[in-house]
Design a protein around this ligand. Structure first.
Ligand code: MN
Length: 489
């Protein structure tokens, strides 16, 4: 789906034709110039002067699948009672852009005509009131429309809004159930479909095995050529890699047939398969599909959504798992990995990921699975976990700093990422555990905490952010208050 955003300008009939014509001309100029700087097209729609015009444009936005959100602006004053009937029906993300056409107050020219035409400061306050009064989920972005910082903020919001659209169309294919006895990967599928739009359903592992066995040698050859161009093949066991290619092709066919953008599987249910998909899942993730291990369909969907919110619609976001700590003073780090499936979008650009074959003791593997092995890159990042706390969903986001792994770990047979959680390792761990965050997360280099907050607000779910300024005490207080608030909602 190619998404776009609609630019709706608020005004009123009081100003007369000349002023309204000027407003329209300037709005079109702004849209044209802004579109060159933003990640998605911005389309001029209307200078709205009446209740009917606003109600009409909202109806059209709601019914247009390509419209991922509306951005409003008030060049002049737009009485906000005329927005009520439209706004109560608005089903798309909404951003109030508080800007004005002119950057400077023109000292020599300014008179009352200028003031009446250029009164965004006046109009924005009336416009902001009605969204506050209606308790609408919204993003307010203030700044001059030609400033780079403003472009970045609108662009980031657009990507979060696209995350909303992707979420509402999300279909997750499950192979097998959750890992036996695990709690945090469970969740209410009816609740996620109601709140987030996700369709989470199961398909038989046996059907996947039939697809795997039906893949042709020529299809495998073609995918092997892609593996060879992207990765270093650090094994002689080509048969094992070809089996992963076969698995990838079969999973992709099933996902595409059902229009699923994410999938989960479990090492406890691999009947008829020779290997747990490792390289196969990793290469599927690099193409934008979400994945969750051990039946974790929540993290699978979140991975796909956050990938879509990233650079060029397939950013550096990946399924991750907290594994083990390095607790040496001054070098406190977490080591994250998974038994196989870490997306190569996290790989440091120093070296190509290597395809290696190693024994995997856990699960039903008949043969040793191929997987990509690499190091994550140095970068500020976030980890995100969606949990079902009973009666509602909570999205937990923690700021982290990824470092080059401080040791080579030559016997570790999987891709690895090393980071320091904010505010520091021990407080960060205490905060994460206090909030109930899972061991599975989405780690992202290019989606920000602000974007995840915007996304959570648009989806109407609880958001908890652990930052450099968070303490266990303030977090406990916040969670207590949140519990009360969300029971009232
Ligand atoms: Mn896991």
């Amino acid at each position: 789906m190619k998404y776009n955003f609609w630019f709706v300008v608020g005004s009123q009939l009081l100003y007369g034709d000349d002023v309204l014509k000027t407003v329209e001309t300037r709005a079109k100029e702004m849209v044209e110039k802004l579109s060159e700087k933003l990640p998605y097209p911005l389309l001029y729609k209307v200078v709205a002067k009446t209740n009917q015009e606003i109600a009409d444009i909202v109806k059209k936005a709601n019914y247009d699948d390509s419209c991922a959100g509306i951005i409003t602006w008030c060049h002049t004053f737009s009485p906000s009672k005329m927005w009520i009937n439209g706004f109560v029906n608005l089903q798309k993300p909404y951003c109030h852009f508080a800007t004005q056409y002119n950057k400077e107050i023109p000292n020599d020219e300014i008179d009352m005509d200028f003031m009446n035409l250029n009164q965004a400061a006046h109009g924005d306050r009336e416009h902001g009131f009605i969204a506050a009064r209606l308790r609408m989920p919204r993003k307010v972005i203030a700044g001059y429309w030609q400033d780079t910082r403003t472009h970045k903020r609108i662009g980031d919001w657009m990507k979060a809004a696209v995350g909303v659209a992707v979420s509402k169309n999300m279909k997750v294919m499950r192979f097998g159930d959750n890992m036996r006895e695990v709690a945090v990967t469970e969740g209410d599928k009816v609740e996620v479909q109601t709140k987030l739009g996700w369709q989470v359903n199961t398909w038989a592992v046996g059907d996947l095995v039939k697809e795997i066995n039906a893949v042709s040698e020529q299809e495998v050859d073609e995918l092997m050529a892609i593996y060879q161009s992207k990765y270093d093949i650090a094994t002689d066991n080509i048969t094992a890699i070809r089996y992963q290619a076969r698995e990838e092709i079969a999973i992709k066919k099933m996902l595409d047939k059902e229009d699923c953008k994410a999938f989960s599987n479990t090492f406890q249910d691999l009947y008829g398969m020779e290997q747990l998909p490792g390289l196969a899942s990793q290469h599927l993730m690099s193409q934008g599909y979400g994945y969750g291990g051990e039946g974790d369909w929540k993290v699978a969907a979140m991975t796909a959504i956050m990938k879509a919110m990233g650079e060029n619609g397939n950013g550096a976001s990946a399924f991750m798992e907290d594994y083990t700590y390095h607790l040496v003073e001054g070098q406190e780090y977490s080591l994250g990995a998974h038994m196989l499936e870490v997306c190569p979008s996290l790989a440091s650009s120093d070296t190509k990921p290597r395809i290696e074959i190693h024994h995997l003791g856990i699960g039903m593997n008949e043969k040793d699975p191929a997987r990509l092995v690499f190091e994550g890159k140095e970068c500020n990042a976030i980890v995100v976990s969606l949990i079902d706390v009973g009666g509602r969903l909570r999205l937990i986001c923690q700021d982290i700093v990824c470092v080059k792994p401080i040791m080579p770990m030559p016997k570790l047979p999987v891709a690895r990422v090393m980071w320091r959680a904010m505010p520091n390792l021990t407080d960060g761990v205490e905060c994460w555990i206090t909030a109930g965050g899972a061991h599975h997360t989405v780690l992202s280099y290019d989606v920000s905490a602000e974007q995840m907050k915007d996304w959570a607000r648009m989806m109407d779910i609880e958001f908890v952010h652990i930052t450099k300024d968070t303490s266990v005490e303030t977090l406990e207080q916040e969670l207590l208050v949140n519990d009360l608030i969300w029971k009232l909602k």
